[in-house]
Write a protein that binds this ligand. Structure first.
Ligand code: PLP
Length: 389
């Protein structure tokens, strides 16, 4: 018996979960469709069709490298952000030995490899910014890689990577890695990753396809591969490359780079309206990642993260979905779990508040009417839950 057909997917109104996955940009869809309809050829082959596929791949490498001021030969295509992060941590420790170090708010794609290798974890302050003094205390020559994300997937807080690099360079020769997965839509990449040796990206966070990412090697770094086989990607990541996926990711990045300033300004205004009105409409709303003065300038434009007193996230998400609003409690990977997120715990958010967290993440397709809907549905749901408790 055949399984039931999956639901038809379309860009949804009320979608405020862009940090989990954002819809593909038209340029990325066009690139993918064109290549999927073209004759299939393996880019490592020797004949003309293989050479043509390789040219497409090389063009994608050039476009991606240009965003990071990197050498195109040092763009390593991966099957997403998780794999890029794993390659950075395991790859450097495999090549150089020693221990890895990361911040306590990293995505599990960094945190779990670091913990697996017996590495060190550095805390953050209440705003979710890495503690540079604690970082300095934990550094010595045995640390082979330091990984600090550019923008956090829950709080949206941007980390001071130039300062991190200065602290590290003063004390040891560790490789510097950043997980820039959540930053690509919002920040100029060449500027913000200038001090880094390795940068991870994931296409589905900026309008490219899911299951496609890259590790960009900005300065020559020895890496032991995590995936062994045919020796593709200059022996650093085996497996036939996803030519259509790479071209589609590059098209999404080129479009993102071109539209970023206007998109950031537009989305930031929407986000500020959303958070401002929720905070004036409801009592007991705590915004994460802001200073005591409520300044949001160090958060990426699409990020709104709130904790509601006296509310349970799971029940809230249920009511929001019933009202046509799609959001999440913590990061996409942690949502559904009962435990409050490790990010909020590291920021010192008390457990009873952290269980009422809501991540509203905006993106390139977010409109004023998505915000209108959120402002109608969220206060009603919060009041209903508070009334019920
Ligand atoms: N790093 C961060 C900061 C993320 O937010 C995510 C996804 O949520 C990942 C890594 C993992 O990327 P991918 O979903 O492409 O494996």
């Amino acid at each position: 018996m055949s399984s039931p057909a999956p639901p038809a997917l379309s860009v949804q109104s009320g979608y405020l979960d862009h940090a989990a996955s954002t819809p593909m940009r038209p340029e990325a869809v066009a690139a993918m469709v064109e290549l999927m309809a073209a004759p299939a050829a393996n880019p490592t082959g020797a004949h003309k069709l293989a050479r043509d596929a390789r040219k497409v791949l090389d063009r994608a490498r050039q476009d991606i490298a240009a965003s990071f001021d990197a050498d195109p030969g040092n763009v390593i295509f991966t099957g997403g952000g998780t794999e890029a992060d794993n390659l950075a941590i395991f790859g450097v420790v495999g090549a150089r030995g020693g221990v890895p170090l990361c911040s306590a708010i990293e995505h599990h794609a960094v945190l779990h490899p670091v913990e697996h290798l017996g590495g060190r974890v550095v805390g953050v302050d209440a705003r979710g910014v890495i503690d540079l003094d604690a970082l300095a205390d934990q550094l010595d020559e045995s640390v082979s890689i330091v990984s600090v994300m550019l923008a956090n997937n829950e709080s949206g807080v941007v980390q001071p990577l130039a300062d991190v690099a200065s602290v590290v360079r003063e004390q040891c020769t560790a490789v510097l890695h950043t997980d820039a997965v959540q930053a690509v839509s919002w920040l100029d990449l060449a500027t913000h990753t200038a001090a880094m040796d390795l940068v991870s990206i994931s296409a589905h966070k900026f309008g490219g396809p899911q299951g496609m990412g890259a590790l960009i090697v900005r300065s020559e770094t020895d890496l032991v591969p995590v995936i062994l086989g045919g020796g593709q990607e200059r022996e650093r990541r085996s497996g036939t490359q996803n030519v259509a996926g790479a071209a589609s990711m590059a098209a999404a990045l080129v479009a993102t780079d071109a539209e970023r300033p206007a998109m950031v300004a537009r989305v930031e205004a929407l986000r500020n309206r959303l958070v401002g009105e929720l905070k004036s409409e409801l009592d007991g709303v705590h915004e994460s990642g802001v200073g005591p003065d409520g300044d949001r300038s160090h958060k990426v434009a699409g990020s709104a993260h709130l904790c509601f007193e006296g509310v349970d996230s799971e029940a809230l998400l249920f009511l929001l979905e019933r009202g046509g609003l799609f959001a999440s409690a913590a990061s996409s990977c942690a949502s559904g779990a009962q435990e409050p997120s490790h990010v909020l715990a590291a920021m010192g958010v008390p457990r009873d508040l952290a269980v009422g967290s809501l991540r509203l993440s905006l993106g390139a397709t977010t409109t004023e009417s998505d915000i209108d809907l959120a402002l109608e549905v969220i206060p009603a749901a919060v009041r209903q839950l508070r009334g019920a408790s």
